[in-house]
Ligand binder design. Structure first.
Ligand code: FES
Length: 299
């Protein structure tokens, strides 16, 4: 809407044509300033490389910490010098029409001088230095992630026919576990491999689903992973009265008579059941590996 005395708005008019310059400060053409930008940006890129190499090679903290701090400082200086010391600083206002004034008084005054063409080399150098700097500080954290675990988190040492043995490497028979008893056992040949540890229990009543009945050695002998599905502590305590298998770390409780589902505490996943059988010599053996990942969930 146009007020009285104000010229009608022309949508096609160049908006800059109606600006009035109040102050304009054009920095002198300075090769010294450009050199300063180049040196600062180049120094920042070099220091980022020093940071990455020193950190990956296990260098001392003052070396890579100092390189990172100095690199950041130089990059900031380069950016600041590039933007504030190379372009004109122009202050301008858009004049408003004065009601009742002569048309001549309302005429647009000066135009704003356009920003001159940028020197592409300096811009590209600054961008390249920034890219090198970004890569330099990103490489160490990415490299520290280490190799992908692949299938190692999904498999253990259990194989078909591998016997269950005590910490001393002694194979176990079904008759060795009394009713209400619990034993911590390992795969033969892999004693101490924590992810493969199992608890073997003899339940007084036959377990119910989701316990896999085919993996129960009668009567009531069942094995579950000993690694708590909350945060990986060893599950170690069994209370026969109410079929409660405890993890001492945060009191997660599992029901071994129902597939070791969690009944209390922070654990959200059942302890994987070990496929259990008996070999021709009467020793307890695995019929295969766990069918679910052991320990805390990871995907
Ligand atoms: S590790 Fe078992 S409850 Fe937390």
């Amino acid at each position: 809407m146009t007020s009285p005395g104000q010229p009608p708005h022309d949508p096609d008019a160049d908006p800059k044509a109606e600006l009035r310059v109040i102050a304009a400060e054009t920095p002198p053409d300075s090769t010294l300033n450009d050199s300063f930008v180049v040196l600062s940006a180049g120094g920042a890129a070099v220091l980022a490389v020093v940071f990455a190499v020193a950190l990956l090679a296990g260098g001392p903290l003052p070396l890579y910490g100092g390189a990172l701090a100095a690199g950041l400082l130089l990059l900031a200086v380069a950016v600041r010098r590039y933007f504030t010391d190379r372009f004109p600083d122009v202050e301008a206002v858009e004049p408003r029409a004065i009601p009742g004034a002569e048309a001549a008084e309302n005429e647009p005054l000066a135009d704003v001088a356009p920003v001159g063409p940028r020197r592409t080399f300096l811009k590209r150098f600054l961008l390249a230095a920034g890219a090198v700097f970004g890569v330099g500080i990103a490489v160490p954290p990415i490299a520290s992630l280490g190799p992908a675990p692949r299938s190692t988190l999904r498999t253990t040492a259990w194989r078909e026919g591998r016997r269950l043995v005590t910490t001393d490497g002694v194979p176990v028979r079904a008759a060795d576990i009394a009713e209400g008893g619990l034993a911590s056992l390992w795969p033969e040949g892999a004693v101490g491999e924590e992810r493969a540890a199992v608890v073997l229990l003899r339940l007084s009543d036959p377990p119910r689903p989701p316990t896999v009945a085919a993996w129960v050695v009668a009567p009531g002998l069942v094995a579950y992973s000993k690694v708590c599905t909350h945060a990986g502590c060893p599950v170690a305590l069994y209370r026969e009265r109410d079929n409660a298998l405890f993890c001492p770390c945060h009191q997660s409780t599992f029901d071994p008579s129902r597939g070791a589902v969690p009944t209390f505490g922070p654990a959200a996943r059942a302890l994987p059941q070990l496929p259990l059988g008996v070999d021709a010599d009467g020793f307890l053996v695995a019929l295969g590996d766990f069918q679910a990942p052991v320990g805390p969930a990871f995907d």
